[in-house]
Design a protein around this ligand. Structure first.
Ligand code: P6P
Length: 338
């Protein structure tokens, strides 16, 4: 039976990536090895997050990260786990983490050709109240023969792959290697991520908008106008619902599956918005486009941004194709006049 086949023909993330990579005869399995180490990191963090309340991991580590935010112990732990897993893969040459001010250059003999940019535990301010949090990552290939910082300042459209792992009611890894988006759910009894959401496509138009309304006072005219249209539609359609978790992985995952838009706009306080280009905006924009959606900065296609600094920020509007078109039309008409 089909159901049985599904149960017995377990498509693990490793098998899935191997199948994908077999389309590239020249690939030597390096990407699969890299991905396996990312998956290992996600499994470890999933376990640590689920036990956080019990293992007294909660609470401030007393240190502050480069963003000037109090670091919680799980941040520190997650970052260390991913850095060690990525270096030990022997397939990376540069690592950029939200938790580390400087990029990490991997020395031979552990050096490989991939550059990984990641936020090991995004949304960590939500750890103590049990709200879903996640790991976000993007993968570039080194351009030359020796790694330079330019290799991690490439536009998001040149990423080889991107994904996130959400630690919520279940642990789910959502990945794209440039051929669509697939979702894998961790089966804790097997310790394997199993394909559960094949070829995810975001609905063309959604009924949900996701933004921190608390920043409304500081929005520019175009954002204010778009959000107003969501609440008081001019075309007689129903108002959109507001859903905002305050954890990017949770808000983007819901947007990807249900449709609608997620916005973290610029405002008078933060002219470049809050979210980081390399390891929040680019990976989520890459996934959205691969799922048939769009990602816009208020000025341009998000994936065409060329970052100058590894912790640079950008405003971001991402989600359903038609909803983002509406935002682009408003910005085209009104501009960014804050
Ligand atoms: P605000 C979490 O701190 C985070 O980096 C993202 O995960 C989330 O989308 C955003 O900040 C929430 O920011 O200002 O609405 O609390």
């Amino acid at each position: 039976h089909a159901a049985d086949a599904h149960r017995t023909d377990l498509m693990t993330i490793t098998r899935f990536v191997l199948n994908e990579q077999s389309k590239y005869p020249e690939s030597k399995g390096d990407f699969t090895i890299l991905l396996n180490n990312i998956v290992l990191g996600c499994k470890f963090v999933c376990s640590a997050v689920n036990k956080a309340g019990l293992a007294k991991l909660i609470g401030l580590a007393g240190e502050t990260n480069v963003q000037g935010e109090e670091q919680k112990k799980l941040d520190v732990l997650s970052n260390e786990v991913f850095v060690k897993a990525l270096i030990s893969s022997g397939r990376t040459c540069i690592l950029v983490s939200e938790e580390d001010e400087e990029a990490t250059f991997v020395s031979p003999p552990m050096r490989g050709k991939y550059c990984v940019v990641f936020d090991p535990l995004d949304g960590s301010s939500n750890i103590d109240c049990g709200v879903s949090i996640g790991t976000i990552f993007g993968i570039y290939t080194m351009k030359g023969s020796d790694p330079t910082i330019e290799d991690v300042l490439q536009p998001g459209k040149d990423m080889l792959a991107a994904g996130y792992c959400m630690y919520g009611s279940s642990c789910m890894l959502v990945l794209s290697t440039g051929n669509g988006v697939n979702g894998f759910t961790l089966d804790p009894s097997l310790g394997e991520f199993i394909l559960t959401h094949s070829d995810i496509k975001i609905p063309k138009k959604g009924k949900i908008y996701s933004v921190n309304e608390g920043n409304a006072k500081n929005w520019d005219v175009s954002t204010a106008k778009y959000v107003d249209n969501c609440k008081y539609p001019k075309d007689g359609s129903l108002p959109k619902s507001l859903r905002y978790v305050g954890s990017m992985v949770a808000d983007v995952h819901r947007t990807l599956l249900y449709g609608g838009v997620f916005l973290y706009p610029a405002d008078k306080k933060s002219p470049n918005g809050k979210l980081r280009v390399l390891y929040e905006v680019f990976p989520m924009s890459f996934l959205m486009e691969q799922a048939g959606g769009q990602a816009f900065t208020g000025k341009q296609r998000a994936l065409e941004l060329v970052p100058k600094k590894i912790h640079e920020r950008s405003p971001i509007f991402l989600g359903s194709y038609d909803d983002i078109e509406e935002i682009k039309e408003i910005y085209a008409a009104e501009g960014n006049n804050a």
